[in-house]
Design a protein around this ligand. Structure first.
Ligand SMILES: C[S@@+](CC[C@H](N)C(=O)[O-])C[C@H]1O[C@@H](n2cnc3c(N)ncnc32)[C@H](O)[C@@H]1O
Length: 195
């Protein structure tokens, strides 16, 4: 195992501790805010790899029973600081290896898939599909880039359709206007329904 392997919590722990977090938007992205305005209350959402977790409050205020997880202790600490009284919604867990009991209605994606080394991508869609009930949705921001290096590891043209297409149908796809610099012009807001 390399110390510089993004599959390991230590990789992210180091970056949180050194405050080297260029992915951190410091706010809730506009498209998510708009999306949450039209969502019914009382549903269950998972936020994997939540980092600072700004979105957790937005989900909770929109009436979602929300669980945010991260496998880096410093990420969890950060999110808990960000969230104050909602800190209990954040837990130290590995996305690929935790017992979730009841399935979720929604899994939120931002800078999580692109944080995983590409060798782990084949495990992402089956895991998200297991976590969701049939008809549940994977919604969020997907990072597209033709380069090889990362993180962030970019999806190449047609790659997301291959990864998700066997289990999910895409029902929304839009440009993003308020990206932070590392994602500018390279991310799209998409919603996929689990078959
Ligand atoms: C690039 S950061 C994005 C954080 C957050 N989603 C955001 O938008 O600011 C990726 C995050 O995913 C977490 N992570 C990576 N692999 C994980 C796994 N298998 N389980 C849980 N968290 C993971 C990292 O610790 C890190 O906090």
């Amino acid at each position: 195992m390399s110390r510089e392997d993004a599959a390991q919590p230590e990789f992210w722990e180091k970056r949180f501790r050194e405050n080297a977090t260029p992915w951190d938007a410091g706010r809730v992205p506009e498209a998510l805010g708009q999306f949450l305005k039209t969502e019914p209350r009382g549903r269950r959402a998972l936020i994997p790899g939540c980092g600072s977790g700004y979105e957790v409050r937005a989900f909770a205020e929109a009436g979602f029973e929300t669980l945010a997880i991260d496998f880096a202790p410093a990420g969890v600490e950060r999110a808990r600081r960000t969230l104050g009284p909602l800190a209990h919604l954040v837990r130290l867990l590995d996305f690929f290896d935790f017992e979730f009991g009841r399935p979720f209605d929604l899994v939120y994606e931002r800078a999580f898939l692109c944080a995983l080394p590409r060798r782990m991508w084949p495990g992402y869609a089956p895991r998200v599909a297991d976590l969701l009930r049939p008809g549940g949705r994977l919604a969020g921001f997907f990072f597209f880039d033709e380069g090889e290096r990362g993180p962030p590891f970019g999806l190449k043209a047609g790659e997301l359709e291959i990864l998700l297409g066997g289990r999910f149908d895409r029902i929304a796809d839009a440009d993003v206007d308020d990206s932070i610099p590392i994602f500018a012009g390279k991310e799209r807001w998409q919603v996929w329904t689990r078959r």
